[in-house]
Every structure is written in structure tokens, then in C-alpha cells.
Design a protein. Structure first.
Lengths: 490, 95
């Protein structure tokens, strides 16, 4: 069925005119109709608009446009509800944006459209990207396609679930502390967080401006590489995007990994790491050795401070970024006798519990009397964390870790203990603080019934995505994890 | 700073966030726990360490000082909760 294909496979069929873009898009919509009642990956999807885009793609094929000119022509790509798509709702999984319709396209959405992709859907997420389980959405919980009693991860849970359940060919998400890599690991797909500055944040609703990056969810490494090439690049509208040329990531995929040095940080293989996850990662490391890589033990001494630093810096930045949701220019409004009362009531009614928690924490750590002890200190420790990685990259080409300490937990299991939830981000969080890149790829399953995916994380130098893709592709070529599909039961 | 010193009411006011008494209590306890965990940062020696505000080697990124079109007026007002005469309507600010 067309919705089960990868970008490469679908593009081949489309190019040969074996199938039409309309058939491909319809196939995804049919799958959504079949399974999304149970999974709830999508908050909404505009079917007539998606099919109209498909028809446009078919007309382009008919007039001779090829994938050489538009690499994603006719390929359905769904987007996380945090990205602006012109004339589509933009809610960030929150009530506070009310009936907001975006007046513009995010840069990444523009780039997808220029490349011919069919951009559709509003994928579910933790509210304002704050969460690791997609339980914090104002629009309901997303369920893991591998076991619908479990979380898909977060905050890009809808993106990961939709790709894993073949409701879309590929998707975009965002990652601030692991929000692409962690759900990718828990749902058994490929998820990449590009280096900070690799992809424009224009049109991404900001959570933590020094940590956020948009990235692809895909069914295999080649697709992720194809997507990054399309969405990456300098953007004058994002002053934090870096003027670094975008390489043809797919071209260097098959270079092999002989002689590459991979670092295993000793601080990551710790207690709290599920034995099955450890076993899968150990096996993956052995496989990488067989393929010619040299495994080197390294140390990232400030690993255990990552969660603390993150929850100061990210919440501080969020408290500033979310100040704009005040009921004045857009979104829902709860009236008040004066503006202050209007703000208090609007924000009190519109934000969910996790968002409130983080805004309060962020406001506190920036407030007079506490700024030095918390925020400034956290930024200094951030330097130490970044230096750990830069020093490690002098010895190794990439770092190998589990993506998460456990496989997907049950819905509701950690929602009463925010600190427990935060600690589950331990392996992904430092990557954002250090500004480096990271990818999660499937590397096995648990032995439970039903089996749950396990993810392997590779961390690379700033702008070192080519190396990550190379290693990931080499590993993927010798395994079949990424080809397994969940059986979606009620 | 310990949980007891965490004044949720005051911080909520700074954040312009109205909390119910129940939320205040719950948040106070949860945030006390989180702040307790974050205390471990105090143990680190950060003398002489420069803070990292963001990880990219870019400074003073500017564009030419040229007038360019921005979001059209109607588009900017499109999502307004209350509008009139091409303006956002707000409660009275000044007497």
C-alpha cells in the first residue's frame, strides 16, 4: 500500500507514473481514517486541501517536472502543530491560541512546498513543546502505535506515531531537549535533531530560542537525509540560522564507516538504564565494530547536570517566549476590568498545567535576587557541558548512546511526577545545550508483548550531520528493525 | 533556596498567570521538589567559566537598513479577539 512506502520508494513510483500523487495522498488519508481513532496522531487534517496539493503535483508531473527539480514532488509530509502553515490552524497543542489561523508559512514549510511536497495535517504534541509523552496536549493524548496503552514519547509524539503507523510518508517535528529523538526511539522510526542553526526557526513557535530546532521524522535514514537537504539552509529571517552550505546528505550515505572512531560515554551506561535497552545498544555497538568502526571509551563528566541546566535555561527562555500569549492580538481572550486582569485570566484559563509549571519556574530563576544563583550559573555549566562534547570530538567522530533509558512507558505512569518525567530526557538533553546534532535510529525491540521499539542515538559535531547519516545508514543497511511495522489493535 | 521560600503567588503575579488555590498548592510542592533537584548545580566550581547564552558563533547579525513589506494589515488583524477601525481593542489602560 502506498502509505507504507518511504520517500525514495514513492518517488520512484511517482516518477515512473505507476501511481499518482492523488493515490498516494489518498492512501495516507485512508490509513488515517482506519487507525487515527485509536492513535490520535493528528489534531486535524484538511483533506480537500491535501488532495488539491496532490492534484497540483500530478499536473506538474504531467508537464514534465521531475524529482531532479523538485525532490519531494507528490510526497505527503505531515507537520507538528507548532509550525506555521498559511491558512491552516496553528495551536501548538494549546487552548490559548483559540481559532488562530496562520497568515504565513514557516520557512521550512515554504521549502517543502517549493520542493513539491504535499504539506498536510496538524500533528499532536505536548502543549508548546513542553513534555516527553504527548500527554500534555489540550487536544487529547496520542497513543503509541506499537501498544496503544503507552505513550509515543514527546513532545513530537504525533509526528513519530504518524510515521510509525504509516499515516504519512514522513513528518516534521521540533526538538528542544529531545522532542524529536525520544519519540522516534519510542515509536521505532528515524528522528534527527540538526545542529542549532542548521534549519531556520522562522515560523516555528518558540519554546526555548537557544535550544529549539526543527527536524525530520522518517522511515529510514535516506529519507531523513533527503528531508534535511530540503529544509536546511541559511535564512535571513532567522538571525540564528548559520550561513553554512547545505551538502547533498544523501550522496555520502554509503561511504561506509571503516576507521571512524565512535565514543561510548561511560556516564551514560548507568543504573536506571533498562537491561533490554542496554542489551540492544550493546549489540548495536558490536555491529558497528563489525562494520569497521573503532569503539573508544570517553567521558562526558558533566552529564548528570544536564537535566538541571536544561530546566533552568529552557524554562527561563520559555517564560519570555510565552509572554506574547496574552489575549490581545490573537488567540483566546478572557476579559478583565483592566489589562492585567485580562492577562491573568486569559493565561490562567488558556495554559495547561505543565506550561504553567515551566513558566513559573522560568520566571522564578530569572527574577531579581535569583538570577545569578540559577540562570547565570546554569549558563556557565552549559559551557562546561558544551566543552565536554567539543573535547570528546577531538578524539572521536561521533558518540553512541541509548536514546532513552527505557522503552515507552504507560499512559499516566509518570504524569503525576514531573521530575521523573524530566529525568527520562537524560540522554537527549545535553545535545541541545551543546548545540550539536543528534539522530535516533531503531536498534531493536523489548521482549514484552507487544514488543516495544528501542532507539540508538548518535551524536555528532556541530554541522556533522553527514557523518551521522553515514554511520546510521551503515548500521541500518545490516539490520531490519526499521522495516518492522506495528499491528494496530484496539 | 528551599521549597519554603518559593513564593508561588508572587512569581505567578510576575508571570501574569492566574492560579487557583489548588494549583498554587500543587505547583508550590512540585516546584519545591524540582528546585531541590536543581540544587546540585551549586556544588560545581564555575570560577572563570564564561556563560553560554547560545551555542552558535554568530554575533550582531544585521540586515541592510532598507524598508521592506511586512505582514499586511488585514492579516495582522485577522486573528484578533476584538478589533475595530483597523485596530486591536483592549481594556482601558489609562484613566
Amino acid at each position: 500500500m502506498l502509505n507504507q512506502l518511504t520517500i525514495s520508494e514513492l518517488a520512484t513510483k511517482l516518477a515512473k507514473r505507476e501511481v499518482s500523487a492523488r493515490e498516494a495522498m489518498q492512501s495516507c488519508l485512508d490509513q488515517i481514517a482506519r487507525v487515527d481513532g485509536k492513535i490520535h496522531a493528528f489534531i486535524s487534517h484538511d483533506d480537500p486541501d491535501a488532495l488539491a496539493q496532490a492534484d497540483t503535483a500530478d499536473r506538474a508531473f504531467a508537464s514534465g517536472v521531475t524529482h531532479a527539480q523538485k525532490p519531494l514532488l507528490g510526497v505527503p509530509v505531515a507537520v507538528k502543530d507548532v509550525l506555521a502553515v498559511k491558512n491552516q490552524p496553528l495551536n501548538c497543542g494549546s487552548k490559548i491560541l483559540g481559532k488562530f489561523i496562520s497568515p504565513y508559512d514557516a520557512t521550512v514549510v515554504e521549502k517543502l512546498k517549493v520542493a513539491g511536497a504535499i504539506v498536510f495535517g496538524r500533528l499532536n504534541m505536548d502543549e508548546f513543546a513542553m513534555g516527553s509523552s504527548t500527554e500534555n496536549s489540550a487536544f487529547g493524548v496520542t497513543h503509541n502505535p506499537w501498544d496503544i496503552a503507552r505513550i509515543p514519547g514527546g513532545s513530537s509524539g504525533g509526528s513519530a506515531a504518524a510515521v510509525a503507523a504509516d499515516e504519512t510518508i514522513a513528518a516534521l517535528g521540533s526538538d528542544t531537549g529531545g522532542s524529536i529523538r525520544q519519540p522516534a526511539a519510542l515509536c521505532g522510526c528515524v528522528g534527527l535533531k540538526p545542529t542549532y542553526g542548521r534549519v531556520s526557526r522562522y515560523g516555528l513557535v518558540a519554546f526555548a530560542s537557544s535550544l529549539d530546532q526543527i527536524g525530520p521524522f522518517a522511515k529510514d535514514v535516506r529519507d531523513a537525509a533527503t528531508l534535511l537537504r530540503v529544509i536546511g539552509g541559511h535564512d535571513p529571517r532567522d538571525s540564528t540560522s548559520v550561513p553554512q552550505p547545505v551538502p547533498d546528505y544523501a550522496a555520502s550515505l554509503t561511504a561506509g564507516i571503516k576507521g571512524l572512531k565512535l565514543g561510548l560515554p561511560k556516564e551514560y551506561m548507568i543504573g536506571g538504564l533498562d537491561p533490554e535497552v542496554k542489551a540492544a545498544v550493546d549489540a548495536a555497538v558490536k555491529q558497528l565494530e563489525k562494520l569497521g568502526a573503532e569503539i573508544v571509551e570517553i567521558s562526558l563528566p558533566h552529564t548528570n547536570y544536564g537535566v538541571s541546566v536544561y530546566y533552568i535555561i529552557a524554562t527561563a527562555e520559555a517564560s519570555a517566549n510565552l509572554a506574547r500569549f496574552d489575549g490581545i492580538r490573537y488567540g483566546a481572550r478572557v476579559d478583565g476590568a483592566d489589562p492585567i486582569e485580562l492577562y491573568n485570566r486569559t493565561r490562567g484559563a488558556g495554559f495547561g498545567a505543565e506550561v504553567k509549571r515551566r513558566i513559573i519556574l522560568g520566571t522564578y530563576v530569572l527574577s531579581s535576587g535569583y538570577y545569578d544563583a540559577y540562570y547565570l550559573r546554569a549558563q556557565k555549566v552549559r559551557t562546561l557541558i558544551r566543552n565536554d562534547f567539543l573535547q570528546a570530538f577531538e578524539k572521536v567522530d561521533a558518540i553512541v548512546t541509548p536514546t532513552t533509558p527505557t522503552a515507552a512507558f504507560k499512559i499516566g505512569e509518570k504524569s503525576d511526577d514531573p521530575l521523573q518525567m524530566y529525568l527520562s530526557d537524560i540522554f537527549t538533553i545535553s545535545c541541545n545545550l551543546a548545540g550539536i546534532c543528534g539522530i535516533s535510529i531503531p536498534c531493536g525491540f523489548t521482549g514484552s508483548q507487544p514488543r516495544l521499539p528501542i532507539g540508538l542515538q548518535l551524536l555528532g559535531r556541530p554541522f556533522g550531520e553527514e557523518t551521522l547519516f553515514r554511520i546510521a545508514h551503515a548500521y541500518e543497511s545490516g539490520t531490519l528493525w526499521h522495516k518492522e511495522k506495528p499491528v494496530i489493535t484496539s | 533556596m528551599s521549597a519554603a521560600q518559593f513564593d508561588v503567588k508572587y512569581v505567578a503575579h510576575l508571570a501574569r498567570l492566574q492560579l487557583t488555590p489548588d494549583e498554587e498548592k500543587k505547583l508550590g510542592a512540585q516546584l519545591g521538589g524540582i528546585l531541590g533537584y536543581i540544587e546540585k548545580l551549586k556544588a560545581l566550581d564555575v570560577t572563570g567559566v564564561e556563560p553560554t547564552a547560545h551555542a552558535v558563533p554568530l554575533v550582531n547579525v544585521t540586515r541592510p537598513d532598507e524598508v521592506r513589506p511586512s505582514l499586511p494589515h488585514d492579516d495582522a488583524l485577522r486573528n484578533a479577539p476584538a478589533k475595530a477601525n483597523g485596530l486591536f481593542m483592549v481594556p482601558k489602560i489609562v484613566e
